[in-house]
Design a protein around this ligand. Structure first.
Ligand code: FAD
Length: 371
């Protein structure tokens, strides 16, 4: 049986970041991915500091710092762009929410500034007139996450400690992972980073699929300059039932516009839901009326892996010390993969984590079953 220090199941952005951090810590790592497609290929790649609770803020802020450190070394295919986010306030209540958000972010040393209605119209002339203002978060960025995942694996391989195999894991037993062809691989530690598929290998994980739709337009360079998100997105993102939509538009370096967002529970059907898509696009048109004249060239869906408290599971499986979890990143996994990986690598190697691991510890959920 072929043995490495660590075996990572899943090479989406989270598994790739874990492999990168573990090889940097000097460990030998095998990565297994079945190329089933996952959230990393389906997502938006908005790297955004979120502050709904201190744990989310710590994970996203630490991650943004790591993304910025990597950015100068990433290849052009990763399409890293420090475009910043404009959190749009449609009325006085949302403007107050923007002020509150600014206070929280600034208290943590995150650069941001309020734009009044005039400054907002100057910054983004395509937005509908009459918006109350916006909070601009300068350091937020965008990345093409599938390429960034590959870049992380390439960096890990360059260290000489990485083996990648395209294969499907079917069973985990202690130090051993069985593959679809019946062969086995062993490792001192196994990291489960297989996204929404993780419960198949580890039944009982508290993960629910949250479906999302995206639309991309043809190339219209300069239409939009920042990632534009309505402040109501925060409420939409945290619904734990039903279907919600929010305005969220990203300028791609190609000049294309990536349009989101929707959230839908209780479905695993990947087909585009025309009713949800229509609601999402109507919302987008409310903010950017000129979208009506642009060509959309592709629509698709993806599934976020949501936990009951919206925080990921990062750390040891409570019943299996060799099994480590890096799953449940919901709509923020492209952002939070770097700090997730750093946190997990510190725990596996007995190092000192950069942030308190407690809020993400899988043991916070009772009844995680044995794999
Ligand atoms: C519509 C949408 C928009 C999003 N927008 C953003 C955004 O703007 N910003 C942000 O930060 N996040 C966003 N996200 C969330 C983000 O994309 C995810 O949190 C992140 O990609 C999760 O990465 P992952 O590596 O955990 O999982 P995945 O990307 O799903 O990767 C899991 C991998 O595991 C492999 N795998 C599964 N089972 C097995 C097995 N048995 N054996 C071997 N391999 C296996 C799969 O092939 C896959 O490659 C969005 C998600 C969606 C759906």
């Amino acid at each position: 049986m072929q043995h490495t220090d660590v075996l990572v199941i899943g090479a989406g952005i989270v598994g790739a970041a874990c492999a990168h951090a573990l090889t940097q810590a000097g460990l030998s790592v095998r990565v297994i991915d079945a190329r089933l497609g996952g959230a990393t290929a389906a997502g938006m790649g908005h790297l955004v500091v979120m502050d709904d609770n201190p744990a989310e803020l710590a994970l996203s802020q630490t991650s943004l710092d790591l993304w910025h450190a990597w950015a100068p070394h990433m290849d052009a295919g990763c399409a890293f762009t420090a475009c910043g986010t404009l959190w749009l306030a449609a009325n006085d209540a949302e403007l107050q929410a923007a002020h509150n958000k600014r206070s929280t972010l600034q208290a943590h040393g995150i650069a941001c500034e309020m734009l009044d209605a005039t400054a907002l119209a100057r910054a983004e002339p395509a937005l509908r007139p009459g918006l109350a203002g916006a909070l601009k978060v300068q350091g937020d960025s965008v990345v093409y996450a599938p390429r960034a995942a590959q870049w992380l694996l390439d960096q890990a391989a360059a260290q000489g400690h990485l083996i990648f195999e395209q294969a499907e894991a079917t069973h985990i037993d202690g130090h051993t992972v069985t593959l679809r062809d019946g062969s086995q691989r062993s490792a001192g530690a196994i990291v489960l980073a297989s996204g929404i598929q993780a419960p198949q290998l580890c039944p009982g994980l508290p993960l629910r699929p949250k479906k999302g739709h995206l639309v991309i337009t043809d190339r219209y360079p300069g239409t939009v300059r920042h990632q534009l998100v309505e402040l109501g997105y925060i409420t939409s993102a945290h619904h734990s039932d039903g279907t919600s939509v929010a305005f969220n538009v990203q300028p791609r370096p190609t000049g294309q516009l990536l349009i989101g967002s929707s959230r839908e529970f209780d479905t695993t059907d990947p087909a585009v839901n025309n009713a949800v898509m229509a609601r999402m696009l109507q919302r987008a048109l409310d903010y950017l009326p000129g979208l009506a004249d642009l060509n959309a060239i592709r629509t698709w869906t993806g599934f976020r892996a949501a936990t009951p408290d919206s925080l990921p599971l990062i750390g040891a499986h409570p019943e299996h010390p060799h099994l480590w979890l890096a799953v449940g990143h919901e709509g923020l996994g492209a952002t939070t993969a770097p700090a997730t990986a750093q946190l997990l690598a510190a725990q596996i190697t007995g190092g000192t984590p950069a942030i308190d691991p407690t809020p993400y510890a899988p043991a916070r959920f009772a009844g995680l079953n044995t794999p």
